[in-house]
Write a protein that binds this ligand. Structure first.
Ligand code: GRF
Length: 193
């Protein structure tokens, strides 16, 4: 059984779906920690509600002393990391330690609309400005570059007349909530068992 850590910088609606899913399917994994680089992230409130321990670090700490975060993860027995709206680049030391056991979700159909600076409504605004008919989600392994690890899963949604960055964000969130927890559980089943 896997011990999962979630990294989240913002609202944490995906984190909450994941905590809900694994509390309902405890045989598939257990969320043991939620880590954030933002002490005011709403994701931390959600973790508290679910009785999940939280750990806050600064961007500088993560960049300059990743071993501190690694030690924390190891003290919790973490063997799988889920990024859910985590805004920082994951340092090499973490990527290496958790290679093949660290995943992210991106709110677009990569390889388009990804990379540094492409997050949140910026993604959805760019998709709409380009006149795309489809957008979607990409769940992928994490490597040392933003949004470039191997893809695990994609799902798409139609963009309809009158869609705004806001309305598209809502559709994308619904898609994320539907798929991310199950895809995580499937990957854990394959790589950890
Ligand atoms: C999601 O859209 C995810 O794709 C992106 O960041 C957003 C996080 O949303 N990486 P939330 O904090 O889970 O609500």
């Amino acid at each position: 059984m896997s011990n999962i850590a979630i990294f989240a910088s913002g609202s944490g609606s995906n984190a909450e779906q994941i905590m809900t899913y694994f509390s309902e399917h405890p045989q598939r994994g257990r969320v043991v920690a939620l880590l954030s680089n933002k002490s005011d992230a709403y994701a931390l409130e959600r973790a508290k509600k679910w009785g999940v321990e939280s750990y806050v670090f600064s961007a500088k700490e993560l960049r300059e002393s990743p071993e501190v975060v690694l030690n924390y993860l190891s003290s919790k027995g973490v063997d799988f990391i889920v990024l859910a709206g985590f805004m920082l680049l994951v340092p090499t030391a973490l990527v290496r330690q958790y290679e093949g056991r660290i995943v992210n979700i991106h709110p677009a159909l990569l390889p388009k609309y990804g990379g540094k600076g492409m997050y949140g409504d910026r993604v959805h605004s760019a998709v709409i400005a380009a006149g795309e008919e489809l957008s979607g989600i990409t769940i992928h392994y994490v490597n040392e570059c933003y949004d470039e690890g191997a893809y695990i899963f994609q799902a798409s949604v139609a963009i309809t007349q009158g869609d705004t960055a806001e309305s598209l964000a809502e559709k994308i969130h619904a898609l994320e909530h539907k798929h991310y927890p199950e895809v995580i559980a499937r990957v854990i089943g394959e790589v950890i068992g």
